[in-house]
Design a protein around this ligand. Sequence first.
Ligand code: ADP
Ligand code: MG
Length: 359
Amino acid sequence: MARMELKDVVKRYGMVEVLRDINLDIADGEFIVLVGPSGCGKSTLLRMIAGLEPITEGDFMIDGARMNDVRPRDRDIAMVFQSYALYPHMDVARNMGFSMEIRRDPVDEKKRRVTQAAATLGLTALMDRLPKALSGGQRQRVAMGRAIIRDPRAFLFDEPLSNLDAALRVEMRLEIARLHQRLGATMIYVTHDQVEALTLADRIVVLNGGDIQQVGSPLDLYERPANKFVAQFIGSPTMNVVPVTGGVEGVTLANGQWLALSMRENTPFATELGIRPEHLDVVDPAPHVLTATADVVEHLGSDTNIYVNVDKVGPMMVRKHGNIPIAAGDTLGLRVDTDHVHLFSEGGMALPTPVGRAA
Ligand code: ADP
Ligand code: MG
């Protein structure tokens, strides 16, 4: 069991406030993913939870017990880092069981747990290999095995896959998802990989500059971002955001074009409009659609990415499923899917989601 609560947690290094007013309630068995730009405090937060870094202010509780002053090894939490230092002269089995060896746990019990962890992670055939004879993915699996052996009540992962190549990342991502299903342990996972965040998380926590911007399920954040930062951070390719003049029943784009929208009553006027790349439709140029010029076209096979310039509005990005026969320099029409647009106020806060209206 590991329900975790962070209450008004603050972290300062000297005068510098690195994390502010962190309030987060993590359910037992939940998979939480922390995302945010480099330097926003993700590792620091994990290290405070692990006990490797003192908490300046606030409380950190596990299952109702305050942990602030509890030593790391007494918190019963395992941490897996990006750089996994295995002992080079020990084989896989001994690397995995070493923490039990130094604790002088019973040999039989150690053997049982190592065998079980190896089976879970597909390492059974590699037990007597040395780290130098393993691939990057296999080494990372041994590092995870070391964490599982301890049968901790929670796992913390700090960008564990970022040193692996693309194919291995996918394989290990599935491995971690299975591990979570099998162990049911609370997991907190830091990544800057969109796909890892969206696919692994029960809930994603978006951090920026030491503040939590939003906490929610992957689809929540994707469909109902709380502000422009979350809107542009979640989703790849990123959301297009263009300036508009807000009105009661729609917005006017910088080129003078009117977009009819149904806004909730008393919604403040929007200053910016957000449109995801997949919510722009490529159509023949016409008076009532946006006119754009293709700048760069990327044919990915399954999808086509079209970077366009919209006259008097600015650059936008369009993503279409399939192979769209468009080349750089082509003029095209773009229709905005007004059921899926986002509006932002002056300070970048999201306004209540509008829905499309027939013009
Ligand atoms: P992230 O993991 O999100 O990239 P970190 O948690 O590593 O960010 O760092 C958050 C901020 O805290 C950064 O601005 C970093 O420079 C600062 N920081 C981290 N560790 C220390 C330290 N020991 N002393 C002073 N500042 C630190
Ligand atoms: Mg970090």
